[in-house]
Structure formats: C-alpha cells, structure tokens
Design a protein around this ligand. Structure first.
Ligand code: PLP
Length: 472
C-alpha cells in the first residue's frame, strides 16, 4: 500500500470511526453470534494475491462487526469497563504509525521519558507517596505477577532467580476470598504454588478481615512457613469492596511482608479528594497497580504499576545480553527491566493525550458523575420491595437481585440467572453477575465513558419490567 493509498483509506477509516462513536449506542451491546459463526465465514486459506482494502472493510462491516460486543456503548454495564475516548484513539493511531519498539531508552528516548513523566503525573494525581516510581504494563495481571516475583526475590535474597524454585515452596501469599483470580495465576507462575495462596475470610462488606490475616500469618510462622506477600484490593471485582489498608499494612510491617495493592478499577477514583480515604495507610505499600484502561478513558492496554523500591523490581527482572548494552545504561530508565516483556508499546502517548485533553478537573468531573449515578441507581432499586441491594455501593458498582415474595432461595437464584440472560439477549444493555453468600447477584457498573443517568434509568426500567414478567 503506497502512502497516497494509505491517506485515502485512512480518511475513510476515520470517517467510519467517527460515525461509529456517534452511533455506537444503536448497536446491540452484546454480540448475539453463536459459537463458530464468524470462524466459518472466514476462508480456510489466506489469499494468494493482493486484495483491496475496500474488500477488507466490507468484510469488517459484514462479518466482524456482528461478532463485536460494544464495550463503548453507554449501555454496557458488565464486568468492569474497558473505556476508550477520542483522544486515546487518536494517540493510538499515532502510536501505530510510529511503530516504535520501546524496550530501552535508546530505542525511543521520548517514549521512555514521556512514560517516566506520565507515571509522575499519575502518581501525584492519585496521591501515592512521592518516592514511588512507575512503569506502564500491559495489564494488572502482569503487574501483580511482577509484584509477587519481586516479593519472592526480596524474601529469598534473590536466590530463586538464581537457583530455581525449590525454596519458593515454603513461601506464603495472602489475599481475601474476593481477590481477583490474577493473584492465583501469579502465585502459580511464580513457583510459590497455589497451595501456598491463603484466602482470608471477608467481613460483612466483603473486605478482608485484618485480624484473620494476622492470625493466619502467625500460625503459618509457627508451622515453619514463610509469609512473603499480601495482596490487598482497593475495589474488588465482585462488589468493589475496599480492603482496610492501614490495618493490613500494620500486619505486613510487623511481619516484614511485601504489600501489593490491586486497585485495577477503583484506583481511578483516587483522583477524587473525597476517595482518598481508600489510601489511608499508603506508607505501608510496596507496590500498587491500577488500570487507566478500565476507568480512565485510555484504551486497552494501559496499566500503571508503581513501586516503592524500583531497585528490587529491576533486580528481579534485569537481563543484559550483549546486543542490549548501551552507553546510557544507569543514567536512564530502560523499561525492559521493569517487567516481563522485552518489547514494549509506546503507551505513554495515550495517557498524555487523555490527561491533556480532559485535564485533571475534566477527569474528576466524569468519574464523580459515574459515582453519582451509581448512587442514584442504588436509590431506585432500594425503593422497590421486590428487589434488594446485596453489597455496599462504594463507587460505581451496584450489586442487586430480584427477590419476589413466595420463592425459595434456589428459585430466586434461577430467576436472576434467567433474567440476566434474557436482558443481555435483548442487545439493549449488558450486565454481568457474581455470587455473594450463595446468592446469584446482578452487577451493574455505571462507569462507561459516555454513560448518563438516562441510560441508567432506561436500563433499570427494562430490568424491572422483564423481571416481573419472569416465572420460575
Ligand atoms: C480487581 C481486579 N484486578 C485485576 C484485574 C485484571 O485486570 P487485567 O485485565 O488488566 O489483567 C481485574 C479485572 O477486571 C480486576 O477487577
């Protein structure tokens, strides 16, 4: 494709993208495609001769789009959002045009230095301590893996890196029963082993019980095991419960345990002064992750990972093959040593574009609005006697269920599951679920970039109406 052809197609593409953004609300939120349908429409063999870009776009619209779940539709209330925004998309276009590979400072000094500065902006926006340094990772799962590997190395004097995982088998990692599954994945990969992941019971509000944590750590020590890392969550996936950071931090401090905070979704709320309470006890944190690719309007992927001791992180990951030796080593940040991948995308450009376009006040305004409409939704649900709220509404997640009178718990679970599927099959909204204390729970997240109170009200009306038509 020649540059003049690229220019032509790119203009067409931008028109398509702008139309998509304007009309995304008219697409069915959740793809209604059956398994294998898309696969069967794609030829088994690649074309042997060049095809036109127009042919590709035709198939994109006819074959691919029907199989897309529209995460940017403001009626998307499922999981946690993967928000994007126009400034983020524009930056992503520049990133792919530059096609830089940002593994070390020398392979694109601007990428490394912009990343360093963006991490300072973000650190200060969410008010982590000033001695924290940050790096962009692809996902919170990767950052949590980095945290657990660093904790393992610190605890074993960097010997597992050298000698293999024998010593890792006595290490213990702690998290709550509500913690994201990425912690279990990291513990498996690290050689510490799933059997050494201790899930601490939660309190009524689904946050970790710090006394149970303390007791478990003490009994593990008595049994000759080695407590290594605690992962506390600010905003659990199920209900956005906030683990009590100060109390957990004190336990970690008393027992010389690495404290990692997973704030994948709720971290963005820390830009609001009224949510700074979630970080009370920040002085105990060793590492912290949150995802601008969830709630901060920066398209996937973009994870901000902050550490108190960058030296320990780098010592855990550093490699120095001959071809990567540079004259600037030690004077600059070579981010290849701050995580798993060698090759890295220029993600900082997206953050720069988003933060400058919205401004910190603009970001605060949007996030605050999302939190407000969650609280409005909670009020609407609470006013109906055949519905109930099942968890505290802390930020932008509302957990609830339909509970008509005269039905058993099993029947109510079955009703809510059916309701969830029926609602999603309308294509008018998308909800996901969790199970809380044995109850099938509908989750509605009011944090999509362009969601408004009107979308929430419309969704709630549909939920109410469909629920009342259901029979067990
Ligand atoms: C609390 C929490 N941590 C971690 C993750 C994993 O995020 P990622 O997809 O960036 O690995 C999620 C995903 O929703 C999450 O809710």
């Amino acid at each position: 494709m020649k540059p003049y052809e690229f220019r032509k197609h790119a203009h067409e593409l931008v028109d398509w993208m702008a139309d998509y953004m304007e009309n995304v609300e008219n697409y069915p939120v959740k793809s209604l495609i059956q398994p294998g349908e898309i696969f069967d429409k794609i030829p088994d063999q690649p074309p042997s001769h060049p095809e036109s870009f127009s042919a590709l776009m035709k198939d994109f619209k006819e074959i691919i789009i029907p199989g897309i779940t529209h995460w940017q539709n403001p009626n998307f209330f499922a999981y946690f959002p993967a928000n994007t925004s126009p400034p983020s998309v524009l930056a992503e276009m520049l990133i792919s045009a530059l096609g830089t590979q940002c593994m070390i400072w020398e392979t694109s000094p601007a990428a490394a230095e912009l990343e360093e500065k963006m991490m300072i902006w973000l650190r200060d926006m969410i008010k982590l301590p000033g001695n924290f340094e940050g790096v962009i990772q692809d996902s919170a799962s990767t950052a949590t893996l980095a945290a657990i590997l660093t904790a393992r190395e610190k605890k074993t004097g960097f010997s597992v890196n050298l000698n293999g995982a024998d010593q890792a088998g006595t290490l213990r990692v702690y998290c709550s029963e509500q913690t994201h599954s990425s912690v279990e994945k990291a513990v498996k990969i690290s050689g510490i082993g799933k059997k050494n992941l201790v899930k601490i019971a939660v309190r009524e509000d689904f946050s970790m019980d710090p006394e149970m944590l303390r007791n478990k750590i003490l009994s593990d020590k008595e049994a000759g095991l080695v407590p290594c890392c605690v992962v506390a969550t600010i905003g659990t996936t199920g209900t956005t419960a906030i683990d009590p950071l100060r109390a957990i931090g004190e336990v970690c401090h008393e027992n010389d345990i690495f404290l990692h905070i997973d704030a994948a979704m709720a971290g963005t709320a820390l830009i609001l002064p009224e949510f700074q309470w979630m970080l009370d006890g920040r002085e105990y944190i060793d590492s912290f992750v949150f995802n601008p690719h969830k709630w901060m309007f920066t398209n996937f992927d973009c994870t901000a990972y902050f550490v108190k001791d960058a030296g320990a992180l780098i010592k855990t990951f550093e490699i120095l093959p001959e071809y990567l030796k540079t004259r600037t080593r030690g004077k600059v940040n070579d981010y290849r040593d701050w995580g798993v991948p060698l090759g890295r995308r220029f993600r900082a450009l997206k953050l720069w574009s988003v933060i400058r376009t919205y401004g910190t006040e603009g970001l605060r305004e949007k996030v605050r609005y999302h939190i407000q409409i969650a609280s409005d939704l909670k009020k609407m649900i609470s006013e109906e006697s055949d519905f109930e709220i099942l968890a505290p509404v802390v930020i932008s997640v509302v957990c609830f269920r339909y509970r008509p009178h005269g039905y058993s718990e099993d029947q109510i679970n079955a009703l809510n599951e059916k309701l969830n599927h029926q609602l999603n099959d309308t294509g008018k909204l998308y909800l996901s679920h969790t199970v809380l204390n044995g109850r099938y729970t509908l989750r509605m997240v009011t944090a999509q970039t362009n969601v408004t109170l009107q979308h929430v009200e419309r969704a709630w009306n549909l939920i109410r109406t469909m629920a009342r038509k259901l029979k067990a």
